[in-house]
Write a protein that binds this ligand. Structure first.
Ligand code: HGY
Ligand code: MN
Ligand code: MN
Length: 396
């Protein structure tokens, strides 16, 4: 399975993955998922929001145990973030069949669409739509960098965008959703464990800062006459680091767009995207407000107009204790329980259905990078732990 998926969307130069929502690469990932489902005799379907489901047993029984993750990536992302959860779900099913497990509840493997939000800027679109946290109207307003709207992209990929929206009937089928994911940090490496259980997800969001100045000639405009938005942007990035340290939070400006983006032209517009996360809402509010304030003050000094728009936000997620403790019990109570700053579909869905997460050790902690890696024996440990959990939940 892993070898079949590996080449899809991998960029030869960087070795990173470019699997963006509703592109040809996304279609290839979806074909891979459908083939894996059908090869196992699972009933395959795509829901109104483009999430893929592979069912064993009666989906309408109402207490299905569902596992899976996402296949899309950030720009030049790693091979494991998302795919490890989907591959491990099919492999865990194979393991359970090998054990001769008798299922007393339906089982499903799911691929949630557009988890990373790399193309349209909003994280977890598939699960947000299904759970009603993103309305059809809001989704219709999403645009990619070329101005293509989400519905246009879906249509071009052969999907009917008019049907997107909350899907309570589908979520009512799910009794529990367990997502296995490569850890995006080093807690398991430091504790010496191959597998961990998630406790919570930090509150986190994405804000777009627009710095509007005045385009001008780099070679003839006196410094005092400039309204250069690049200066304001630069000061804001440095302020983000200072304020994050002060607040015990995280702040990253990882994406920028410049107009006209010419070497010899003072920009008219600089757009910078802030990703900020913190252990609690108060710290997150403090750090973002402080960064906005620093940007405002510098913008006044530079004669630059500033606007800030929050494009994506996920409040703190505390995974349901009953299901988390069930996983802990099934796995023998020896598995560490750890928090994370990374967002996941299991987090988005936790308000609608019981959800839980298993993490697999990432020895370097590196993620959202071609260098992301998890050793095979740890991945196998993850599959076996997931198989134990699914057996404990669906074969009881
Ligand atoms: O950004 C995140 O936390 C996740 O990878 N979508
Ligand atoms: Mn990710
Ligand atoms: Mn992920």
């Amino acid at each position: 399975m892993w070898a079949d998926l590996r080449p899809i969307g991998r960029h030869a130069d960087s070795g990173g993955y470019r699997r963006y929502a509703w592109t040809g690469t996304d279609a290839d990932c979806r074909t891979w998922f459908q083939e894996q489902a059908e090869a196992r005799g699972l009933a395959y379907e795509t829901d109104r929001n483009g999430n893929q489901w592979a069912w064993l047993g009666d989906p309408l029984a109402g207490d299905a145990v569902v596992t899976g993750s996402h296949l899309d990536s950030v720009p030049d992302g790693g091979a494991f973030d998302g795919p490890l959860g989907v591959v491990s779900s099919f492999a865990a099913l194979d393991e359970l069949r090998g054990r001769g497990a008798e299922f007393t509840r339906p089982l499903a493997v799911v691929n949630f669409g557009d988890e990373e939000g790399a193309r349209f800027g909003l994280a977890c679109v598939g699960s947000r739509l299904a759970s009603g946290q993103l309305t059809k109207e809001q989704a219709y307003d999403l645009r990619d960098g070329d101005g293509i709207s989400l519905p246009q992209a879906m249509e071009a990929a052969g999907y009917d965008p008019s049907a997107i929206g909350a899907d309570p009937e589908r979520l009512a089928r799910v009794g529990a959703f367990v997502e296995l994911h490569v850890e995006q940090g080093r807690a398991l490496d430091l504790s010496g464990d191959a597998v961990g259980i998630a406790s919570a997800i930090w509150p986190h969001g994405r804000w777009r800062f627009d710095f509007r100045g005045e385009a001008n000639h780099a070679g003839t405009t006196r410094l005092v006459d400039r309204r250069d938005p690049m200066l304001t942007y630069a000061e804001t990035v440095l302020a983000a680091r200072r304020e994050a340290e002060l607040a015990g939070a995280l702040a990253t400006f990882g994406k920028i767009s410049v107009e006209p983006n010419g070497v010899n032209a003072i920009p008219s517009l600089v757009r910078g995207w802030l990703d900020s996360r913190a252990p609690d809402q108060a710290a997150l509010d403090t750090v973002v407000a402080a960064i906005e304030q620093a940007a405002k003050e510098r913008a006044e000094r530079d004669g630059v107009d500033l606007s800030v728009v929050r494009e994506s936000f996920t409040p703190v997620i505390e995974f349901e204790h009953a299901l988390r403790d069930q996983l802990d019990k099934i796995l023998g109570g020896r598995i560490p329980v750890l928090g994370t700053g990374a967002g996941h579909d299991a987090g988005i869905l936790s308000g609608s259905i019981p959800t839980a997460m298993l993490f697999v050790r990432n020895p370097t902690g590196v993620s959202h990078s071609p260098a992301e890696y998890a050793p095979e024996d740890d991945c196998v440990a993850g599959v076996l732990a997931l198989a134990d959990v699914l057996e404990g939940l669906a074969c009881g």
